[in-house]
Write a protein that binds this ligand. Structure first.
Ligand SMILES: NC(=O)c1ccc[n+]([C@@H]2O[C@H](COP(=O)([O-])OP(=O)(O)OC[C@H]3O[C@@H](n4cnc5c(N)ncnc54)[C@H](O)[C@@H]3O)[C@@H](O)[C@H]2O)c1
Length: 353
């Protein structure tokens, strides 16, 4: 097989701005069809990008003989679409957050393993060379035993969380469509706000880079006047005893500088990972240090790489930079965090259903 037959489920903003053009312009992928429950949206995407087939039901696309699918539907629908794909023997890239409950996420991991299929989650940052290097530095033990992880993640998504996606039409350009008004503002579709939409990204990074799971999570979340959380503050303990924090808001504006990054400390040093600035620097207790070349602006958020990464895996090349198992660890972190914010109590991850 020299080309993988690929399909896309969901013809919304992210699929039409990134996944579809990425697959269309990749010589190892043959993008054969797109499905959307709103047939006019599948048609608009197919017309714009010259895709041969459209489907109103993702199961018809799965039955058409694709090797892999990219799933970019609202959060509440991730699980069913991914489950149907895995049950049909189709490899999956599912957008973040992988699912809304830990039980569903681990169920997908088990299905993929059982059926020997690739399962990837849309964690774009993990496709950078800094993510790979940070992972190697921490998991090779260079900073010693991990003791602390502290992250901050500011972003501009408030209008999405308010149900006013057109506020960002100019900033993003939306070649075919912006998100549906309720995709990120209706808790029934989105699960929550800043947590599921944004915190999932940096926690995906932290848990993948460290290779750890959360053991317990305490969170404050504030909606302000929004229908979902806008500002989140998490304290957590990892399964090796390391302590951590993550503070996040979606209230920035497109012209503002963003603060996005982590400090990881261990018994032998510190690693600083600046996602927004594209910097990675380690300083060791023995006086040595290392710094990687900064990421270029184009390298910082390589949104074309996840769909191509799944294509490569199907063809037997590359490694899964955002495996389902790592996605499930984030889902359990967030489920514990949302439960903590609702109850005012710290939540142990092993107490989740
Ligand atoms: N990785 C990233 O950086 C990133 C960025 C933006 C969005 N996303 C994720 O991408 C996903 C989609 O977001 P969006 O902004 O494109 O949403 P959107 O509202 O633009 O599109 C969702 C589409 O899915 C369709 N849909 C729903 N259920 C379906 C089904 N069963 N089969 C086929 N189509 C179905 C809807 O009709 C809609 O057109 C979300 O999970 C979001 O979190 C990821």
């Amino acid at each position: 097989m020299t080309k993988a037959k690929m399909g896309v489920i969901g013809a919304g903003w992210w699929a039409t701005q990134h996944h579809i053009p990425s697959l269309k312009t990749y010589d190892k992928a043959d993008l054969v069809g797109v499905a959307d429950v709103k047939p006019e949206k599948a048609k608009a995407a197919a017309d714009y990008y010259d895709i041969p087939h459209t489907y109103p039901d993702h199961r018809e696309l799965l039955a058409a003989g694709v090797d892999g699918v990219v799933i970019a539907v609202q959060h509440a629908y991730h699980y069913q679409a991914a489950r149907d794909a895995l049950d049909a023997g189709v490899h999956v890239l599912v957008e973040k957050p992988m699912t809304l409950t830990a039980a569903d996420a681990w169920d997908l991991v088990a299905r993929a393993e059982r059926n020997r299929l690739h399962l990837m989650v849309g964690y774009t940052y993990q496709f950078t060379r800094h993510a790979q290097a940070a992972r190697e530095i921490i998991q090779s033990g260079k900073i010693g035993d991990l003791q602390m992880v502290s992250g901050i993640f500011t972003s501009w998504v408030e209008s999405y969380l308010r149900g006013r996606p057109q506020d960002y039409a100019k900033a993003f350009g939306f070649p075919v469509t912006g998100p549906e008004a309720d995709s990120y503002s209706d808790p029934k579709l989105a699960g929550g706000g800043q947590g599921h939409l944004q915190v999932t990204h940096p926690m995906g990074m932290a848990l993948w880079v460290t290779g750890r799971r959360a053991a317990a999570v305490f969170a404050f979340m504030e909606n302000h006047d929004l229908p979902v959380d806008l500002v989140d503050a998490f304290s957590f303990r990892l399964d090796n005893g390391a302590a951590g924090t993550m503070a996040s808001t979606g209230a920035m504006r497109p012209h503002q500088r963003l603060d996005q990054g982590f400090v990881y400390t261990g018994s032998a040093g510190v690693l600083r990972q600046d996602l927004a600035g594209g910097r990675l620097q380690a300083q060791y207790h023995d006086g040595t240090s290392e710094e990687l070349p900064d990421l270029t602006a184009a390298e910082q958020y390589p949104a074309h790489l996840p769909s191509r990464g799944l294509t490569d895996l199907i063809l037997g090349a590359g490694e899964n930079r955002a495996p389902g198992e790592a996605g499930a660890r984030v889902v359990e972190f967030l489920e514990a965090g949302y439960r903590s914010a609702a109850t005012g109590q710290a939540v142990r991850v092993d107490s989740l259903g």
